[in-house]
Design a protein around this ligand. Structure first.
Ligand SMILES: Nc1ncnc2c1ncn2[C@@H]1O[C@H](COP(=O)(O)OP(=O)(O)OP(=O)(O)O)[C@@H](O)[C@H]1O
Ligand SMILES: [Mg+2]
Length: 201
């Protein structure tokens, strides 16, 4: 590319990123509360807690959404009996799949052509996917959005911390085992996000 073409490409990239940032803010401003569910170790019950909490709030007539931010091991579709479903796309963006009690759900599984296909993605691609889940999905007005994360302090929780500086809370799930307790201390969401933004945790 010649230098003017390089500048043009950089400008267009910057504009696109700015537009997406604005869209993300606009979509997220319609959601009253955003709660992430994390853990140190895997398999301790994050997805179960997420779906149970979402169902409890939905049964009290709250408008609830679940973002399955576990890119490699999505469990939300299975727990909500929504496997095999796909997002519907319209002019304003992609619409979440509506599950039991009207819970709106988004998961990487809803984008895959076949259930159970592995998702082998590196960090930057995962962050892009999570950003798009927040900016390009037409969540509409919600009382609570629960975000089910994979274990540990990898790309997904870090992306959420950076993209949602105004997150209302984080639920850290653990179980009564010495190993889980030791590892959960490392999953300090507040520490991860402190460098990027000041926010409540
Ligand atoms: N309170 C509980 N008591 C007993 N078993 C449970 C409890 N909560 C979840 N389980 C079981 O533990 C297993 C793992 O649960 P779940 O998938 O919710 O964990 P997770 O933390 O989301 O896992 P991952 O780290 O892989 O995302 C499931 O088989 C689930 O049925
Ligand atoms: Mg899980």
């Amino acid at each position: 590319m010649t230098p003017p073409e390089t500048t043009q490409a950089a400008d267009s990239f910057r504009n696109h990123a700015l537009q997406q940032q604005q869209l993300l803010r606009q979509r997220m401003s319609k959601i009253k509360h955003k709660i992430a569910v994390i853990s140190g170790k895997g398999g301790v019950g994050k997805s179960t807690v997420t779906v149970n909490l979402a169902s409890a709030f939905a049964s009290k007539n709250k408008r609830v959404g679940i973002l399955d931010a576990d890119i490699h091991g999505p469990s939300v579709p299975k727990l909500l009996s929504l496997t095999g479903q796909h997002l519907k796309v319209g002019p304003p963006g992609a619409f979440p799949v509506t599950g039991p009690l009207g819970i709106k759900a988004v998961s990487i599984d809803f984008f895959l052509p076949e259930e159970g296909l592995p998702t082998i993605w590196r960090g930057p691609l995962k962050m892009t996917a999570i950003r798009q889940f927040l900016s390009d999905i037409v969540w509409g007005e919600l009382d609570i959005l629960f975000i089910d994360l994979p274990p540990g302090t990898g790309d997904e929780p870090l992306s959420i911390a950076q993209l949602l500086p105004d997150i209302d809370g984080v639920i850290i799930v653990t179980m009564p085992s010495e190993l889980s307790r030791v590892v959960v201390k490392k999953a300090n969401f507040r520490t991860e996000s402190r460098h990027a933004h000041n926010r409540r945790c």
